[in-house]
Design a protein around this ligand. Sequence first.
Ligand code: UD1
Ligand code: UDP
Length: 376
Amino acid sequence: MPIYGTRPEAIKMAPIIKALQESDDIECEVTVTGQHREMLDQVNELFDIVPDHDLNIIRPRQTLNGVMTRTIEGLDALFEQVQPDAVVVQGDTTTSTAGAIAAFYRGIPVVHVEAGLRSFDLFSPFPEEANRKMTTQVASLHLAPTTTSRDNLLREAVNPEDIVVTGNTVIDALYEVVEKAVPFSDPQLQELADSGRRLVLVTTHRRENQGEAMRGVGRALARLSEQYPDVDFVLPAHRNPVVREAILPEIEGRTNVIVTEPLAYGEFTHLLSVSQVVLTDSGGVQEEAPGLGKPVLVMRENTERPEAVSAGTVKLIGTDEERVVTEVSTLLNDAEAYAVMANAVNPYGDGRAAARTVAAVRALLGRGERLPDFAD
Ligand code: UD1
Ligand code: UDP
C-alpha cells in the first residue's frame, strides 16, 4: 500500500506505483491522505493514477497535529479493512510520518522511500527533519537515494542489511515528463517560453520561511524586476494562503513578474528547462534543476541535499533580501559565474530508482532479489 498526500510525494511515488502495478504477483492499493488537494490531484491525473482510497483530510490552514491525527485515524480504520503486507511512504511530510507510525503500531512493515536525508538541524526544515528521523525509527526497509543518505543512516546505527541505495525516483519522473516539453495551457507562459527572453523561475513555501522572510523575498523580487526589465520572473504560487499573503502584495503590479497557479508537473518541468536561473526553497526542485544544468539558488540556511551543492550547481543563500538581490544579479550579470554553476550533474539518480525500489519491496515480501545499488 503506497501512502502519500502532497504534490512532491505524488510525483516521487508515481514511478513506483507504475512499477508495482506491473508486478503480476503484487496487489497495489494506492492510498492518498489528501493532505493536499488540487496540487495532489493534478499529479495523479498527469500520471493516470486513480487512488483506491482517499482520506480527504485537507482543511484550510491546517495544523501539523490536525494532519497527523486525521491521517492516523483514517489509516487505522483502513488497515483494519485492507490488511496490507507492507506500506510504502515517501520522504518527510507529515502524511509520510503519520503513515509510518500508523502502520508500525499495526505491525505492518514500513518501507521508507527517500530515507536518510538529514540537515542536522531539528528545526530546519521544520517539521521535515524531525519527520524523516521519526520515520527512520519505525521503518523496516530504508531506500536511500544516495550514498550520502545511506551513510547518514549507518551513522544512526540502522542495520546495513535494511538499506538499499536506489537513486531518487524524482529523476525517473523527470526523465519521463521533461522530454515531452508539454505545451503551456496559459498563452502568456507559452509566449514567454518562445520569446527567448531570460527567465528566472521562483518557488517558495517552506514553513520556516513564512512571514517576514517570505515578505523579504517578495521585496527582493520586486527590486530585481525593476533592475532587470529584460528578464521575466515567474512564480507558480503554492496554494497555501499563508504563502500567498506574504509574497503576493510585494510583487503586485510588476509586469515582468508573472504569478501563476501551481503548474501541472509537465508544464513545470518544461518551464524549468527553459529557465536561466532557479530561485527556490523546494526540496524536489533542488534535485531536478541540477540534472537540467540550471543554477539553483536555494533560499534556506542549510540543506539535506548536499550533493548538488558539492557539485557546484546549487548554492545556499538564505532569505535575506539584500543577499537574494545580489546573488540573482550576479548570475544575470556575470557570464563566468553563471558558467561555473550551469553544469549538468545528476547526483540524485539515473532514472532506474523505481525499478530498484520495487525489487527491494518484492525481496522484503519474499519475492525475488534486490537489484544492485545505485552508484552515485
Ligand atoms: C507540505 C509538507 C511539506 C512539503 C510541501 C510540498 C508537511 C508538514 N508539510 O507543506 O513538507 O514540502 O507540502 O508542497 O507535511 N492547500 C490547498 N490546496 C492544496 C495544497 C495546500 O488549499 O492542494 C492549502 C491549505 O489551506 C492547507 C495549506 O495549503 O491547509 C497548507 O498545506 P500543508 O500540506 O499543511 O503544508 P505545505 O506548506 O503544503
Ligand atoms: N512542481 C510542480 N508545479 C509547480 C511547482 C513545483 O509540479 O508549480 C513540482 C516540482 O517539479 C517538484 C515538486 O513539485 O517535483 C516540488 O514540490 P514542492 O516544492 O511543493 O515540495 P518539496 O519538494 O519542497 O517538498
